[in-house]
Design a protein. Structure first.
Length: 375
């Protein structure tokens, strides 16, 4: 790891925005299946969903950016893996155990089969709908030394054509997002333990499908001053492109709503691994970086502190939010039963975000107090 570098100011803003977007997505996921949902509600939920859809690619982009920014002089794999396991797996395991126990109850320990299922829930992230991301992103940490060598080799070979290579990689990823079934079927047919499953039953948590966002972050981390200069220079173009892809996706979503014989609203067009979504998400990542830089320069100090706080506690808050969301939805529906779905969605979002960050703060303070007592 390189000597300590200057802190990237907008990183916590990016993390904060990504965490808030995750919460909003899952709030929409709850209320989108509300009975007697009106067309106007469905359209507004679609808008909220699109505005929040950047979350996972942005988190992956941040991971690539931070790793390549900090590890530009080599990686000692053993210490690196120990640190990442301590930072990621240690917080993950107790939460995964809690979620798995909620799913299985006492049956987890009543038989050997129950214990096996319990272990599988922990290992695969199936204990809760949001834990897939932890399983997916940890693969990137496991592979980081190899990925770093590959990216640096390509960077040296590309020379001045690095930006063109990055654009070509993006176009290739967009194409692959619509043609990945051949690779999937080949890998499944090979029947390689674990690996074949990652292209079959567990393809939704396979880091391969999200690798381009990591590479985009790698490019940003390797050339951060130039990257930020480019982002700032093209700020308005990027934001205009972001607005355009949002409008296109909204039109696409609404055009697939069924009005007769009854109203049926689906949001399948927002599934992550699709060509149009690949374009949308690449533009979204660039737009969020542009907006985070602008936010750091122009936002009121109090608002910056709030978003920065959400960003600094984002990992534990992410782990907690699925549980907090149940309480938030219950509270919102109880306090505003006659309010529209959109009002209750926004209220649930605010309660869940605040509750998750608050829980993360309390847990960190408890851990610090315990460490002091041990010392």
């Amino acid at each position: 790891m390189s000597p300590r570098k200057p802190v990237i100011e907008e990183i916590d803003y990016l993390r904060g925005f990504a965490f808030l977007a995750v919460v909003m997505q899952h709030v929409v996921g709850h209320y989108a299946f509300e009975p007697k949902l009106q067309l106007a509600d469905g359209v507004l939920l679609g808008i909220l969903l699109l505005l929040a859809k950047f979350a996972v690619p942005l988190f992956i982009f941040i991971t690539g950016l931070v790793l390549f920014y900090n590890y530009d002089s080599g990686v000692a794999y053993g210490p690196f893996l120990r640190k990442r396991s301590r930072d990621i797996l240690l917080p993950y395991l107790p939460w995964a155990v809690l979620y798995a126990f909620i799913v299985m109850g006492g049956s987890a320990f009543s038989s050997w089969e129950g214990l096996q299922k319990f272990g599988r829930l922990l290992f695969t992230g199936e204990a809760s709908y949001h834990l897939w991301y932890i399983v997916m992103t940890f693969q990137l940490y496991l592979l980081f030394p190899l990925l770093r060598k590959a990216v640096l080799w390509l960077d040296r070979r590309a020379g001045r054509s690095g930006a063109a290579l990055l654009v070509f990689g993006g176009l290739l990823y967009v194409w692959y997002a619509g043609h990945h079934s051949l690779v999937d079927e080949t890998m499944i047919g090979l029947r390689i333990p674990v690996l074949s499953d990652l292209f079959g039953e567990y393809r939704d948590r396979n880091s391969w499908y999200f690798l381009y966002y990591f590479v985009l972050g790698a490019a940003a981390g390797l050339y951060l001053p130039r990257w930020k200069e480019w982002i700032v220079r093209w700020h308005y173009v990027i934001i205009a492109a972001y607005a355009a892809v949002n409008l296109y996706l909204l039109y696409r979503i609404v055009s697939h709503f069924e009005l007769h014989p009854e109203l049926v609203m689906r949001y399948n067009d927002t599934f992550l691994v699709q060509p149009h979504m690949a374009v949308f998400l690449i533009v979204s990542v660039l737009a969020m970086h542009a907006m985070s830089i602008r936010f750091g320069n122009l936002a009121p100090a109090r608002l910056k502190r709030l978003i920065k706080q959400a960003g600094s506690y984002s990992y534990t808050a992410y782990l907690a939010h699925a549980l907090v969301l149940q309480a938030a939805v219950w509270a919102a529906d109880l306090t505003a039963p006659a309010a529209s779905v959109i009002v209750r969605s926004v209220l649930s979002f605010l309660l869940c975000a605040a509750g998750s960050v608050g829980a993360a703060m309390l847990l960190r303070r408890a851990a610090q107090a315990w460490q002091k007592r041990r010392a």
